[in-house]
Design a protein. Structure first.
Length: 202
């Protein structure tokens, strides 16, 4: 059985998904859990603190998975990058197949902003390390690996935030082609280097 802190996080996430972060009150959480207000505040000082822990909890598992990928010496640079991108979807970051739609709703803007911030902080160093490795191997012509990693992650978040799931097939394919083309330009990679990555979005 999960401890009380984990129960608070699970119930809060379910309520945030159902009602929206802004529309969920501490009283809603207390009622669902049937606990005293003092019990909740023993573990969390505010609703925002609960949200922060939900994001950190989900991000922790993603980062652990991503670190395992980066450490696999038998993988090529492109294989590491492909596997990394496959493991760090925004849906996984905060837990749930409906999360992208949830994050794009106006009432969840703060949750969305914090999720993006954690995503950038946790993944940029890992992606930067892969880019640096690719530069050493002359796969990329790039002298700013970590800054470029941040740029690429911002591009990916913009792609996800654009509600790509609502695009028709032709528009989605064109958008993906544009994303991969610009990633190659940022890294100084050969044209077509990221063609295989298309399967991650289509």
């Amino acid at each position: 059985m999960k401890n009380k802190k984990e129960q608070i996080l699970d119930v809060s996430l379910a309520l945030f998904m159902e009602k929206g972060y802004d529309n969920t009150s501490i009283s809603d959480i207390l009622s669902k859990l049937d606990i005293a207000r003092g019990t909740l505040y023993y573990h969390f000082e505010s609703k925002e603190a609960i949200m922060d822990m939900i994001i950190e909890r989900s991000a922790k598992q993603i980062v652990e998975d991503a670190e395992k990928i980066v450490l696999q010496e038998e993988l090529t640079v492109y294989e590491k990058m492909f596997s990394l991108f496959a493991s760090i979807s925004m849906k996984r970051l905060v837990g749930g197949s409906l999360m992208i739609d949830y994050l794009n709703q106006p009432q969840n803007a703060l949750f969305h902003e914090k999720s993006n911030r954690v995503f950038m902080k946790k993944i940029t160093p890992l992606l930067g390390g892969i880019i640096k490795e690719g530069t050493v191997e002359d796969l990329f012509d790039n002298i700013f690996p970590y800054e470029s990693a941040e740029t690429i992650l911002i591009m990916i978040m913009g792609f996800v935030d654009g509600q790509y799931e609502q695009l028709n097939k032709n528009d989605l394919e064109r958008r993906v082609d544009s994303l991969l083309y610009n990633m190659e330009r940022v890294l100084g990679a050969k044209e077509g280097s990221f063609a295989e990555f298309k399967t991650l979005a289509l």
